[in-house]
Write a protein that binds this ligand. Structure first.
Ligand code: NAI
Length: 363
């Protein structure tokens, strides 16, 4: 098994994996550090009942590499990392277990910075913070950014506006029609912003209560979850699940833009090629949904969390999306590949800068 992991690490240029065990608290965790070229490896802590150790290690590896690209493309000077705790968050989580994990993070002296992810909460981050300073996604009373969903929503709307500019020559969403899938933490914030922008929004969710609230608040129309793809709209906006752009859904789409905040929107890369063939402009997911990350990690910058600076950087997702368009055009490659190239170029151009030693006086 270990040979396979090291081969995988070599193939994708990983830095290190730390295996953590604490028999007293029952902690079994993996910290994967993909890259520290742009800054400390940063990424959330996932708690999940993985069936095997190998599954946990590969999940941490895969997710940490994704973070490297996300930060690089978002213009954030952080590297990619991710941690997983093996266990059921509902049954196995305890203060002692979390604090034991935090001690392992602290031993890395800032090489890895942890945060919230599936199976962990803002309150858990506060618990980790009692043992280590290397935590993001903290409540405001701990000096953090608090709820990041509004920032994720704003960033995705900025990406949507950049797509609109490309397709219709104007980034105004006034009068545009949008099919919005998922009214959760990010989706309901995006809905508010889209309505404020003057867009006409059709919504869906599997949770009828959320649909009813959206109708009552914003007077929007709702459709059944399976009918959202085929709506006669300008923009399809995924805010629920991954893999929603696939063989079944692409033929249904009438929209000219796909832009939202869901992670891993394309079921496979070839679906990105298919969108291009259909003339549909796609806001690459990890660029479009990086607003929360940008907002959240502002606390690691000079002077600590500065809300105004954080919002301004979230708005820059508009320019980032345009840069991806330009890179795709220059290199004649699909948008999803252009986003990867954009991130790689940024890492390569900056990694040598970080290697520069301060000038020394001669002896
Ligand atoms: P959430 O869990 O609060 O909301 C998801 C919503 O989608 C829920 O209301 C759920 O009922 C609905 N849903 C689930 N299956 C559905 C279906 N088949 N059809 C219609 N609706 C369905 O999650 P959150 O935080 O709003 O995240 C949404 C997406 O954005 C996820 O893919 C997440 O990975 C991604 N994301 C979220 C970030 C954040 O700041 N919360 C940051 C970056 C990405």
């Amino acid at each position: 098994m270990s040979a396979r992991i090291l081969d995988y690490m070599r193939r994708y240029d990983y830095k290190k994996v730390v295996m953590c065990n604490d028999s007293n608290t029952g902690l079994r965790a993996v910290i994967a550090i993909h890259s520290t070229h742009l800054g400390p490896a940063t990424g959330g802590l996932r708690m999940w009942p993985y069936a095997t150790d190998e599954e946990a290690i590969f999940d941490a590896l895969r997710l940490s590499r994704g973070m490297t690209y996300k930060y690089a493309a978002a213009g954030v000077n952080l590297g990619g990392g991710k941690a997983v705790i093996i266990g059921d968050p509902k049954k196995d989580k305890s203060e002692a277990l979390l604090r034991a994990f935090a001690r392992f993070v602290d031993q890395l002296s800032g090489e890895y910075i942890t945060g919230e992810d599936v199976g962990t909460t803002l309150a858990d981050m506060e618990t980790l913070f009692t043992e280590t300073n290397h935590v993001v996604t903290l409540p405001t009373h701990c000096g953090g950014a608090g709820d990041i969903a509004p920032a994720t929503a704003l960033g995705s709307v900025m990406a949507m506006k950049a797509c609109a500019k490309r397709v219709w020559g104007t980034d105004s969403l006034r009068g545009r029609t949008v099919a919005l899938q998922g009214l959760g933490a990010v989706g309901h914030n995006a809905l508010r912003m889209l309505v404020e922008e003057g867009a006409t929004v059709i919504v869906t969710d599997i949770d009828q209560q959320k649909v009813d609230t959206a109708i009552a608040k914003h007077g929007v129309t709702a459709v059944a979850p399976e009918d959202i793809y085929g709506q006669d709209v300008d923009i399809f906006a995924p805010y629920a699940l991954g893999a929603v752009i696939n063989d079944e859904t692409i033929p249904q789409l009438k929209a000219k833009v796909v832009a939202g905040a869901a992670n891993n929107i394309l079921a496979e890369e070839r679906h990105g090629d298919e969108l291009e063939r259909c003339g549909i402009v796609y806001a690459v997911d990890y660029v479009a949904n990086s607003g929360g990350t940008i907002f959240d990690t502002d606390r690691l910058r000079k002077g600590g969390f500065q809300e105004e600076r954080a919002w301004a950087n979230v708005r820059k997702i508009y320019e980032r999306t345009e840069e991806v368009f330009q890179l795709a055009e220059r290199n004649r490659i699909p948008l999803y590949a252009a986003a990867d190239r954009f991130a790689e170029e940024r890492i390569n151009s900056l990694k040598s800068v970080r290697l520069l030693e301060p000038a020394r006086l001669p002896h």
